[in-house]
Design a protein around this ligand. Structure first.
Ligand SMILES: [Zn+2]
Ligand SMILES: [Zn+2]
Length: 482
């Protein structure tokens, strides 16, 4: 296969702008006599997007269920479920992204209503926050549930999710992964950092390891399991992801220094003692692993930063803090001094950071002005990258770029260029992968995206769509209207 030249473009390489580039056998190469020339006709091209924090396997499995996110009435919910049950081939059918607060009736269906459309098929509905589910009578019978309530919450919910996950047939897992892959290419995503594994269970990690071998997607795996031996046995060089230092603001389990605005007696909680966390960090450090932890509240970030400080500055490891939604100035300074990276989710503030939104309810107006301070972090010299935390928010880097450029606190907004870097070059760097991916540069994988608009012009950013996604030089997605 000869050289293909892509010319007459408006090409952002991840670092600077150019008008052309060359591809051979899946990689970017030096300009040479092309066998084929593709005229980009002035279109904007960026490196393939990297979502550097998501949960690929579970997001893929949830995507197989009936999607209730667009439903605004119970009639709509029930007819979607009825249609789904009639045609699905899933071993255990279910519906996801259910949010009763968006329905005009503002309630779950009754058990009779749910049974009416699902009949004898065991079925469950997962709430959007992934913290509770409703099951029908056939499901309760299948799983010998003792409670007469159709709702499962708390510890019982976690146990049921773990049980269902074990029962998912291999074929459904494969289907879920294929579905996610399609979603990724449609969104211009060519690389992901996926956080897999629950407690001590490596089955999700192993499923992704085998998928990695057959996928064109650039998959970096973060096992979120506190088992250093299990990770090194698998030859992996990183550990973590959503290893929980604290919980979430939605459920008031994120650890805050000052009480919750809407629950003055509560400050959330730390999931690990100093001793547990620091011992684990020592062990991972001795094994030479890059580390990564989920910390949302300022008290959690404080504990985590103290742990990293004990290891001393080792910027070359690029240790990570995931989310870092509420962070005090002193921790930002320590993060900068220690050379730690933060992985932000810009869609979080787009979803929950608006006036009157979830963050303001939980944190009050003052603290809400200080969430996801991306520009502050950048100005302090803190390296960062972006992710969606999919299935929590959709896999949609263009949406993430818009959110980073239009922060609810205008001083925290980034330029489009910096926001694009958060989903390209910086995404590669936070995974030590910048020599292979993240930019349109010599020797990197020829992963790139052709956009419908010039996103570097703020006006056009809003309406931009993915026109084509190239992976290893192959066009694996093309917008239908083309
Ligand atoms: Zn997390
Ligand atoms: Zn996560």
């Amino acid at each position: 296969m000869g050289v293909t030249a892509f010319v007459n473009g408006h090409v952002f390489t991840g670092d600077s702008f150019t008008d052309s580039f060359y591809v051979k056998e899946g990689y970017f190469v030096k300009p040479g006599l092309p066998e084929k020339t593709i005229d980009l006709k002035g279109k904007t091209v960026v490196p393939g997007f990297i979502d550097s924090h998501l949960h690929f396997l579970s997001a893929g499995l949830y995507a197989l269920g009936a999607d209730l996110s667009g439903a605004f009435s119970l009639d709509d919910v029930l007819s979607r479920i009825k249609d789904f049950v009639e045609k699905t081939a899933l071993a255990q059918p279910f519906a996801s992204r259910f949010d009763e607060t968006r329905l005009k009736e503002n309630r779950f269906p009754s058990l009779e209503e749910l049974d009416g459309v699902t009949k004898n098929t065991p079925f469950y509905i997962v709430r959007i926050d992934l913290h509770s589910m409703m099951v029908n009578s056939a499901f309760a019978k299948k799983y010998n549930m003792e409670s007469s309530s159709p709702f499962i919450r708390g510890k019982a919910y976690d146990a049921m999710v773990a049980r269902l996950a074990k029962e998912v047939p291999f074929e459904d897992k494969r289907k879920g992964l294929k579905e996610m892959e399609k979603t990724a290419f449609r969104a211009g995503v060519t690389g992901v950092h996926t956080m897999e594994g629950v407690e001590k269970d490596f089955s999700g990690v192993d499923a992704m390891l085998s998928h990695q071998k057959e996928s064109l997607l650039n998959i970096l795996l973060y096992p979120q399991i506190m088992d250093v031996q299990g990770v090194t046995d698998r030859g992996l060089s990183r550990i973590g992801g959503c290893i929980l230092i604290d919980g979430s603001l939605g459920s008031r389990t994120a650890a805050l220094c000052a009480p919750y605005a809407d629950a003055p007696a509560e400050k959330g909680r730390l999931y690990l003692t100093d001793e547990e966390l620091f011992c684990f960090m020592d062990e991972a450090h001795d094994a030479g692993l890059q580390m990564s932890f989920h910390a949302i509240g300022d008290r959690a970030v404080e504990q985590l930063v103290r742990g990293y400080a004990q290891l001393g500055r080792e910027a070359e490891k690029r240790h990570r803090i995931e989310h870092g939604i509420v962070v005090r100035d002193e921790e930002y300074r320590a993060i900068a001094d220690l050379g730690l990276w933060i992985n932000f989710q810009p869609m979080f503030h787009a979803y929950w950071g608006h006036p009157g939104g979830l963050y303001e309810q939980r944190l009050g107006p003052d603290r809400t002005k200080r969430i996801n301070r991306i520009k502050t972090a950048k100005d302090l010299g803190i390296p960062f990258a972006f992710g969606s935390d999919c299935h929590v928010t959709p896999l949609d880097p263009l949406g993430g770029i818009r959110a980073a450029v239009n922060h609810p606190v205008p001083e925290e907004s980034l330029s489009v260029e910096e926001a694009v870097k958060g989903f390209t070059l910086y995404g590669a760097q936070i995974g030590h992968d910048e020599k292979k991916s993240g930019s349109i540069a010599l020797g990197r994988r020829a992963d790139f995206v052709i956009l419908s608009e010039n996103i570097f012009d703020n006006e056009s950013l809003g309406k931009a769509e993915i026109e084509k996604t190239y992976v290893f030089g192959y066009c694996l997605y093309q917008r239908e209207s083309d």
